[in-house]
Design a protein around this ligand. Sequence first.
Ligand code: TXA
Ligand code: MG
Length: 354
Amino acid sequence: MLKTEMITEIIKINPNAPEEQYLEKAADILRQGGLVAFPTETVYGLGACINNRDGLKRIFTVKGRPGDNPLITHLYTWEQLSEIVLEVPERALVLAKKFWPGPLTMILPKKETIPPEVTAGLPTVAVRVPAHPVALEMLRKTKIPVAAPSANLSGRPSPTRGSHVISDLNGKIEMILDAGATGVGLESTVLDLTSPRPRILRPGGVTLEMLEGVFGKGGVEAPQFTNVKRPLAPGMKYRHYAPKAPLCLYSGPQEKINRILSEKVEEDLKAGKKIGILAYDEDRSYYELPGLHFFSLGTRSHPEEGAERLFYLLRLSDEIGVEYIYAVAPPRIGLGEAVYNRLWKASGGKVEEI
Ligand code: TXA
Ligand code: MG
């Protein structure tokens, strides 16, 4: 067991009207080089000021994060962009005005002053303005941009509840601002703006369809899934978002998947295994089996329900001690693409096409 290194101040903060004194305290800690976990509209972030290299290094230590995985810099307004990036291209400005604050991270050439810990030595930097009152107000008070990866231990599902952060980081950082559940539930869309055609490196809350609304159909490169070893966003190569139990993702026609899966599940249950199934409310009737843990991703027509719940359910399955998880793939449109991507990552790329 690791020895607890410090006392973490855990503060329940009002998500809609965050208390001034807590925001001030968080901003003070950040400005002094400390680490604060804070809610965003996607997942909780673990922040350090970008001008404090020791603080930045501690993010990697505390999370157990590989040093080659760069961080996202968080701003409170697009007007801070010029502090971070070499120049602000017109299309970045268009996107910022349309989608910020919101779950869109842009990759742009960095200013020389940005320390290498933020970008893991890359010449580009990831930036976004989060749409959460706590994050925004904290950033406004801090003034200095804050680099923040998701506030989980490396490899674990990203935290979408204050309790997730507490279970991963209590005793390791100065402060946790607990504002309950986040919103989107999956991390932001990462969009590379350094290539002529913008490329989605990680699908998220700002969908391909939404970006096509700006760049036109075919104007944006869809996320690539196949090359796990050499992805464009360094972070995408690590086994991520993973529950302890192995997870297998099933893709194909709804009826067929359910018939095949329900038989598999029944066999496993007979063999005494502790099984979880991640599926949609419409699938429920196939899985009314004693002892089976049915984890609902909501309805297929509302992918935001599955997005909001997915990481919570993966952590729940760990707590229950589920030994094997079967997952039904969502339709890959809109936010469904991001849900599919996280399930695919959690499966380690193991997809059964039915
Ligand atoms: O919603 C989010 O984006 C959350 C909240 C806290 O803002 N943050 C988050 O950070 O998910 P993290 O560190 O878990 O994921 C950042 C992703 C990684 O896949 C990383 O490799 C990629 O962004 N990234 C960061 N800088 C990059 C760069 N310069 N070029 C390519 N990918 C980059
Ligand atoms: Mg992460």
